[in-house]
Design a protein around this ligand. Sequence first.
Ligand code: NAD
Ligand code: IPM
Ligand code: MN
Length: 351
Amino acid sequence: MPRIAVIPGDGIGLEVIREAVRVLEVVEARFAPGCELVHWDLGADRYLRDGITITDEEFASLADEHDAILLGALGDPRVPGNQHARDILLGLRFKLDLYVNYRPAVLFDPELSPLRDPGDIRLDVFRENTEGVYVNLGGTFKAGTRSEIAIQEDLNTWAGVERICRAAFEHAVARGRSRVTLVDKANAMPAAGKLWRRVFGEVAGEFPSIETDAMYVDAMAMDLVRRPSRYEVIVTGNLFGDILSDLAAELVGGLGTAASANLHPGRHALFEPVHGSAPDIAGQGLANPMGAIASVVLMLEYLGHDDAARAVDDALHAAVDSGVRTADMGGSANTEEVGTWIAARLSDASA
Ligand code: NAD
Ligand code: IPM
Ligand code: MN
């Protein structure tokens, strides 16, 4: 009986997770996976109320007493610097050692792409999720003066690179993909680049059926716009993966539709839409809940409920096909209308 921690978080996180939960309730009625949803009040409101972002006990409970975490988004303009978001979101990624950030971008209708001739886009981004510049090693010296020095180190370890490369190759084999592309900036950052290229090559040697290539991140950003269908599985560091996954999302329907899984395979899993808390549209019913609902699809797959995952995915696609879309996709439906439509479709399909 899977226990799922639901953390709506901040801003539109609350709105999109409400719809994801609505869909999960229908999944329960139709497929009976026995999911127990445990609602967690973590985010800016709680931090502003009692000064606590997340406690060690809460981390321990999320790690040990739950099978998966479903998260909305964290980030609130009332918290300058967003300390709570770093503590909670990056805290979970680091403390649960969720080293795989899997961000698929699949175009299921060419009309959804801003590109004139998008081709068949099926990109799986494997973003390293526990190292890179995100470790916040470094510091500030002479802060606030005109002599201020800011150092932000880029940390890359053999073990960290090895495990994300392996995850990408294993995924390629499991999903019948033919090529894995390494993305880095080895020309300007040769220390990190040398490590990534050596380890990528070593791991690739164990997967002779998978083709490989390597691209600099600037050229990759360009080529993803020029000919995205050329790429299949991309493996890259934390920062480049963050940037390229927003770009990939926009190529196939928009940031509001993109889902992600943060995984330590065999141990912990956190699912969340790729987008943030979008303070510019929060509280207005404008948020697209499809990224959150697509994250439910990834979660159901992870929990081994493939039939339920397929059914939710089908209902999601049916909403897009039927024009039940929020404004970011050119539609006029609000957040709740999209969620309610998808839930009803899912429920009707069982009748
Ligand atoms: P954002 O993803 O919140 O928004 C970027 C743009 O996309 C905005 O114009 C927004 O309105 C739009 N958008 C995003 N999601 C949408 C949706 N579901 N439907 C319709 N439009 C959508 O990025 P940002 O503005 O750079 O960040 C806002 C806050 O969110 C910041 O505090 C940031 O740190 C945080 N953030 C959190 C996460 C996360 O929790 N995983 C991810 C990204 C950003
Ligand atoms: C994401 C977000 C986070 C990241 C921020 C909020 C720290 O942009 O999940 O993509 O950079 O990883
Ligand atoms: Mn991001």
